[in-house]
Design a protein around this ligand. Structure first.
Ligand code: AMP
Length: 121
């Protein structure tokens, strides 16, 4: 799948659409999910144009990949998610239910998040 420059997270990265920013550095932008599924629901996206975790892992530089994952952990820590625990989710493609085709990690916490996957078909 080629990268769609008009996806909503690309627009947020370009500053064309606002976001509720949590953190930013050279590698990532992090902001609150517009439709939170838990008391804390934060998204982390790489600044580079990657469709999915597979695309990012295959094409991202070592620096981008290290920078991204270090930032994910820093954001979890700075938002008090680590001691009580939290969930990370990376939905990918159709079966994964990915809605926005720019790689992102969901950080969910602030309460017990429940079963790992829905039993719904
Ligand atoms: P996914 O299904 O993994 O692609 O998740 C996309 C997420 O992006 C959903 O949880 C949406 O609520 C969230 N989302 C969509 N548009 C925005 C936006 N403008 N600002 C923040 N979060 C958004």
């Amino acid at each position: 799948m080629s990268y769609d420059e008009n996806n909503i997270f690309a627009k947020i990265l370009r500053g064309e659409i606002p976001c509720d920013k949590v953190y930013e550095d050279d590698y990532v932008l992090s902001f609150r999910d517009i439709s939170p599924q838990a008391p804390v629901h934060i998204l982390v996206i790489p600044k580079g144009a990657y469709v999915s975790i597979a695309d990012f892992s295959a094409k991202g530089s070592e620096e981008e990949i290290a920078g991204f994952w270090r930032a994910v952990s820093k954001i979890a820590s700075e938002n008090d998610l680590v001691d009580a625990g939290f969930r990370t989710i990376a939905n990918t493609g159709l079966n994964g239910g990915q809605e926005v085709p720019h790689f992102h990690i969901h950080l969910l916490g602030g309460r017990a998040i429940g079963p790992m996957v829905s039993k719904a078909a």
